[in-house]
Design a protein around this ligand. Structure first.
Ligand code: NAP
Ligand code: FE
Length: 370
């Protein structure tokens, strides 16, 4: 049996888990830096719950609320400088994957000197500010992964910092913060989470435990797809139970990729985000059906297990649902496809798939999906 399991993040999921766990904040230090995006944490109640819990627990804080979508390397250094200036002892990330990933890079850069050229080396000291993550999208699973993904202009793509030191100490999950998430962001992030579990099962690093987590998360996430479609068609928002299902599913999917990493789907998606500003989850969703069709002949058993968990009888049925959720696709020129193929082939995750695509395969996947 092939087994390897490590998950050092303590996960707590319940309604009001932030206000009820003030002691967790106090256990990590007397002063924190809270990292958020520009707006949503202030609107969805998560920031207020965190500051209230901290005040009650006698913890002081500063707020860094300047993280943009798909955060840059400069943003990570800027936030780290702010953390150092303020002498904070721990970091709290609130938001989607962008603020959480930025918060992780800041926790690393605030505690040791790392030159930008060395940032993605993986060679760090065991000295990172402890972190608490509070996801407000149900997508990336960053709250339970050792990755921080930053926009890297040098390679015109996104690059992952990966280190076991980047696992947060705590992930606090409460689906109610997602009630304010728009239909489009809810769909795109849910598709990202699905992609993590599906890709994870098709990697060389998949294990019996990661497959178990992946199948459970695939089932939970796809169970909500008809309600997402209904929302799209009739305007009826998800229930809090459905929000919780997506959040639970996405955190499980994060545990999957913490073990397996992602595949060529993510490397291909990064170009759509970098050059065309396509949301991260949407970019993966556009490519995922083509990738599954590409591996299907050789991965019959795994694909059938995934389809069973989704409640579909064929890949076509799955593709129809994804296409209906994502709507009209972005056009791409032949030159763009050639350029993105070159970039995708240079990413590390291409070699992580059990069925490794050639350059021509990647090109054909772009052509097929767009
Ligand atoms: P995101 O970029 O964090 O957020 C997208 C948008 O959603 C932002 O405008 C944000 O607004 C808004 N938003 C967030 N929570 C909201 C809420 N509860 N209500 C209303 N609006 C809300 O999106 P994401 O898809 O979660 O994260 C994508 C990033 O994660 C990418 O950079 C991707 O590469 C990375 N990622 C990381 C991992 C990992 O393992 N670390 C895995 C997959 C992807 P504000 O800016 O105002 O907050
Ligand atoms: Fe992702």
């Amino acid at each position: 049996m092939n087994l390897n399991y490590y998950m050092p993040t303590k996960v707590i999921m319940s309604s009001n888990c932030i206000r009820e766990n003030g002691a967790i904040f106090a256990s990590l230090g007397k002063k924190a830096m809270i990292v958020t995006g520009f707006q949503s944490a202030k609107i969805n109640g998560a920031l207020e719950d965190v500051t209230t819990a901290m005040k009650q627990a006698g913890v002081s804080y500063v707020i860094y609320d300047k993280v943009m979508n798909n955060p840059t390397i400069d943003c990570a250094y800027d936030g780290a400088a702010f953390a150092k200036e303020n002498g904070v002892e721990f970091i709290v990330g609130i938001g989607g994957g962008s603020p959480m990933d930025a918060a992780k890079a800041m926790a690393l850069l605030a505690s040791q000197e790392i030159e930008p050229d060395h940032l993605f080396s993986g060679d760090y000291l065991d000295q990172v500010l402890p972190m608490i993550m509070i996801p407000t999208t149900a997508g990336t699973g960053s709250e339970v992964t050792q990755y921080s993904i930053l926009t890297n202009d040098k390679v015109q793509s996104k690059t992952s910092i990966s280190s076991p030191y980047l696992f947060p100490k705590y992930a606090l999950l409460d689906g109610k913060y997602m009630s304010s998430l728009s239909l489009v962001n809810t769909i795109h992030t849910a598709v990202d989470a699905l992609s993590h579990s599906v890709e994870g099962m098709l990697t060389k690093r998949a294990t019996v435990i990661s497959d178990l987590l992946a199948l459970e998360s695939i089932e939970r996430i796809t169970k909500v797809f008809p309600a997402l479609l209904k929302w799209k068609e009739s305007g009826e928002n998800l229930s809090i139970e459905e929000r919780d299902e997506l959040l639970y599913g996405s955190t499980l999917a994060g545990m999957v990729i913490a073990h397996t990493g992602t595949t060529v789907v993510h490397s291909m998606g990064y170009s759509l985000t970098y050059f065309k500003d396509v949301d991260h989850g949407r970019a993966n969703g556009l490519i995922l059906p083509s990738f599954l069709n590409f591996v299907a002949k050789q991965e019959v058993e795994t694909v059938n297990r995934m389809l069973k968990a989704m409640g579909y009888t064929s890949l076509m049925e799955m593709e129809t649902m994804i296409v209906a959720l994502l709507g009209e696709r972005e056009p791409m020129t032949e030159d763009e496809i050639n350029h993105y193929t070159e970039i995708a082939m240079n990413a590390k995750n291409v070699l992580n798939s059990r069925i490794t695509p050639s350059k021509e395969d990647v090109l054909q996947m772009y052509v097929r999906c767009l």
